[in-house]
Design a protein around this ligand. Structure first.
Ligand SMILES: Nc1ncnc2c1ncn2[C@@H]1O[C@H](COP(=O)(O)OP(=O)(O)O)[C@@H](O)[C@H]1O
Ligand SMILES: [Mg+2]
Length: 255
């Protein structure tokens, strides 16, 4: 079994805040891995470290059997990885086609290949009828689709997606799910974060649950289901926050 991602005691602090606390991830090649946890659990911080956007405070990482903290190996990893980061990282004043052209050139794709892929991605994401719009005029869902198109452009072995379904409508969400399922079916690996159980349950083969910066469970979805539902597992590990509901009693009192 080869691993696409492995971390040892991966840790990141922000001042006093321990955002990611000694996390040991193990993601098999070809897995559709869902990194699940409540808001503020440390998901985005982890994905930023895995993709080289943020330096770890301590710990080790291996991505596609290479060390991202080594400059030469890090470049090799970047060639084979696609990322949709938390902030999407689009350029406001470019059209979708211009953005994809720019990204494709950074990946040094041959011009013919780039053209062909841009056409098919624009069609697939239904961004081709919005040719003249700049990304700053896009809706949130369209921006997400463009960011995903840019991440798929290099035909990566490993795709990192931070909350890919957040703010995406039901139609686009189904298309996105089907596309990602096809991507994994041909042997690539997806690592996505989500705070939505249902999405992870529908899509993922493997699940990691993070809470308060700590990885509290990591297993195949089947293994988790065997011992009950993912929801039960999640609530048990993460705990339900009844406090917040209680403090809103006044909402039910009426005027
Ligand atoms: N740049 C930052 N500076 C300070 N604190 C941060 C920063 N980024 C994240 N944090 C803190 O780290 C914790 C984890 O955040 P994050 O990884 O964004 O969570 P998630 O993506 O799971 O919602 C939170 O407590 C958050 O406030
Ligand atoms: Mg996040």
């Amino acid at each position: 079994m080869t691993l696409a991602i492995e971390t040892e005691q991966l840790t990141r602090t922000f001042g006093e805040v321990l955002a990611v606390d000694q996390v040991n991830l193990s993601v098999e090649r070809g897995a559709f891995y869902g990194f699940l946890g409540p808001n503020g659990a440390g998901k985005s911080t982890t994905i930023k470290m895995l993709t080289g956007l943020l330096a770890p405070t301590s710990g080790k990482m291996t991505i596609l059997e290479k060390n991202p903290l080594n400059a030469a190996e890090s470049l090799e990893i970047k060639r084979r990885v696609g990322v949709v980061p938390e902030g999407l990282a689009l350029f406001d004043n470019l059209t979708a086609r211009e953005h994809l052209t720019f990204v494709g050139r950074m990946y040094l794709l041959p011009p013919d290949t780039l053209q062909e892929r841009i056409e098919s991605l624009l069609g697939l994401m239904r961004l081709d009828d919005e040719e003249k719009k700049l990304t700053l005029e896009y809706s949130h869902g369209m921006k997400k689709k463009l960011a995903l198109a840019a991440a798929l452009l290099p035909n990566p072995d490993l795709l990192f997606l931070d909350e890919p379904f957040e703010g995406v409508d039901a139609v686009a969400s189904r298309e996105l799910r089907e596309m990602l399922a096809r991507f994994v079916a041909r042997g690539s690996t997806v690592f996505l974060t989500s705070h939505v159980l249902d999405i992870v349950q529908k899509l993922c083969t493997h699940v990691g649950i993070i809470a308060g910066g700590k990885l509290v469970r990591q297993a195949s979805l089947d293994e988790i289901r065997h011992g009950g539902s993912l929801e039960d597992c999640f609530i048990e590990l993460v705990g339900s926050d009844t406090q917040s509901a209680q403090t809103l009693d006044w909402l039910e009192e009426g005027g």
